[in-house]
Design a protein around this ligand. Structure first.
Ligand SMILES: Nc1ncnc2c1ncn2[C@@H]1O[C@H](COP(=O)(O)OP(=O)(O)OP(=O)(O)O)[C@@H](O)[C@H]1O
Ligand SMILES: [Mg+2]
Length: 234
């Protein structure tokens, strides 16, 4: 393991940044990755299975602790903060495999996001949950058991639960995975709307088709060593 590099505050206008992050599970899966995404950007990273995409998102959200490196949200270093605190500061995500809370309705799932993932309380949190369901087009299914939703609606619910936390940054983990082209297209339309409302987006996928249908941007890696694969991503 290398000695931790001195944290450098990222440039003005940064939505989030990682500097020299590394992670290993025996073998190294994320090696010296640095990435800066500016406020309002929508960035896609496409890479093959097992290259470390989900691990990178886990490091940013705090679900996994990097072995080295620093993570920033705007001008605040969040490397040592727990995931819940990072969420309350504006970092939202969707999981690769939708993870609705079993036995709860769609609305109750969004309420968990609002009450547990933000600093909102009472009626403000309830309003945020309902608004999140409206934004993703799920309000008509608010009282359905989340486990009974189809795949596209479970992906929408992942987004709604994240949106209920009032994020400034959304990290999307293979959100189009497993969807047919028409369903993927409707999801891309929704993501464009969210981006248009000012949310910064980092979207990882292992197939190019869905991100390319948006002509989404690609990251500017500071150096060739900085992509998860060790090569600049395309
Ligand atoms: N908790 C863990 N314990 C051990 N190995 C892990 C763990 N999490 C991930 N890995 C390994 O780390 C590597 C990167 O995994 P990761 O899930 O980040 O890849 P990915 O790029 O998201 O892949 P996919 O496209 O299949 O989702 C894989 O080889 C995986 O098996
Ligand atoms: Mg993954």
């Amino acid at each position: 393991m290398t000695a931790p590099a001195a944290a450098r505050e990222p440039a003005v206008g940064t939505a989030f940044a990682v500097q020299g992050v590394a992670m290993s599970f025996g073998a190294t899966v994320v090696r010296d990755v640095s990435l800066r995404v500016t406020e309002g950007e929508a960035i896609g990273i496409v890479g093959p299975n097992g290259v470390g995409k989900s691990t990178l998102l886990d490091i940013i959200t705090g679900e996994k602790q990097a072995k080295a490196g620093n993570v920033w949200l705007k001008d605040q270093e969040i490397t040592e903060l727990p995931a819940r605190r990072r969420c309350a500061l504006g970092l939202g995500r969707s999981h690769q495999i939708p993870r609705p809370f079993g036995g709860l309705t769609a609305l109750e799932n969004a309420l968990v996001g609002a009450f547990r993932g933000s600093d909102l309380k009472g009626a403000d949190a309830t309003d945020a949950a309902v608004l999140a369901l409206e934004r993703v087009g799920l309000v008509d299914k608010a009282n359905l058991n989340a486990e009974d939703l189809g795949l596209l609606d479970r992906k929408r619910l992942e987004l709604a639960r994240a949106l209920a936390t009032n994020p400034t940054v959304l990290l999307l983990d293979e959100i189009a995975g497993g969807l047919t082209d028409p369903k993927s297209a409707s999801l891309v339309t929704l993501l464009k709307e969210l981006h248009g409302s000012g949310v910064t987006i980092l979207w990882v996928e292992h197939v190019l088709r869905a991100p390319c249908s948006w002509s989404i941007g690609s990251p500017r890696w500071p150096s060739a060593r900085s992509s998860p694969t060790g090569r600049p991503a395309r």
